[in-house]
Design a binder for this molecule. Structure first.
Ligand code: HEM
Ligand SMILES: *[C@@H]1O[C@H](CO)[C@@H](O)[C@H](O)[C@H]1NC(C)=O
Ligand SMILES: *[C@@H]1O[C@H](CO)[C@@H](O)[C@H](O)[C@H]1NC(C)=O
Length: 222
């Protein structure tokens, strides 16, 4: 019965061209909401990408306070089980910027480093690498989550020169996700089926600045 009511409300929301009111809080895009992750201790700047009418993919980034690119950063992604892969574009687009593509693999997730030169399946990218931390990685009955250190995500050679993430400011990021599971989840070079959704947002990196970044990394096996 509850299901029927929620569905009816969702339909009513669709008819009005906006999410149903009871889903509003869950769906509101928040770019730069500070989240202190109790498991890892990192302060992240969080964005919630609307995955469906009532679920989000959560993208979180922690940066070292006061750092000038290139610096290592920590990325945490929490996706509903229905999501096959979830990607993050550090320069705010699909093409010519580091892409972090994550997918569930048993009790952990695999994070794959990719780079696209066009709107086709992104290739492996050796300019960035990801190391899962010893904490913040899990798969449960509703979600999969990864927390990784990225080396190479804060600076790259873009289409018009060197691009950098400003740890003291904000910048455009992009996300994309597919509902299709990847065929080889244990491999970081698995093939990917094209996204079912994507979008951009302006991310406030400063909100996720950590004065004790190095100490937190060490504490979490990074
Ligand atoms: C099999 C892999 C992929 C294929 C075949 C693919 C293909 C495409 C195509 C055809 C478009 C243009 C869509 C349109 O304009 O309506 C597009 C746009 C886009 N894709 Fe992908 N994509 C793939 C993977 C990814 C990944 C891993 C990301 C990670 C963030 C991503 C992010 C985006 C974004 C943000 C756009 C919007 C336009 C842009 O920023 O360039 N894609 N993709
Ligand atoms: C996959 O992992 C290996 C070993 O860590 C690394 O050298 C390689 O760059 C990674 N490839 C991708 C696509 O992430
Ligand atoms: C699964 O993990 C996610 C992410 O940490 C959490 O939000 C969710 O509540 C967990 N679900 C269950 C059933 O424990």
């Amino acid at each position: 019965m509850r299901c029927t009511v929620a569905w009816a409300a969702a339909l009513a929301g669709l008819a009005l061209g906006r999410p149903a009111p009871e889903n509003k809080a869950a769906l509101a895009p928040r770019a730069g909401q500070a989240i202190v992750d109790s498991e890892t201790g990192f302060t992240f700047s969080e964005y919630r990408a609307p995955n469906t009418l009532n679920s989000n993919i959560i993208y979180r980034i922690a940066v070292p306070q006061g750092a000038t690119a290139p610096f290592d950063l920590v990325v945490q992604v929490i996706a509903p089980s229905s999501v096959g892969w979830a990607g993050l574009g550090f320069g705010g687009s699909m093409v010519r910027n580091p892409l972090a593509v994550g997918y569930a693999n048993g009790q952990k997730a695999t994070v794959s480093s990719r780079w696209a030169t066009g709107h086709s399946e992104p290739a492996s990218y050796s300019g960035a690498s990801y190391k899962l931390l010893s904490t913040g990685n899990k798969v449960n009955s509703t979600h999969w989550q990864y927390t990784a250190k990225c080396s190479g995500c804060s600076q790259w050679q873009g289409s018009s020169g060197i691009q950098r993430i400003n740890a003291a400011g904000s910048g455009r990021l992009a996300w994309a996700a597919s509902l299709t599971k990847v065929p080889q989840p244990g491999s970081n070079s698995s093939s990917l089926t094209m996204h079912s959704a994507f979008n951009y947002w302006s991310h406030d990196f400063y909100t996720g600045a950590n004065a004790n970044f190095a100490e937190l990394l060490a504490r979490n096996g990074g």
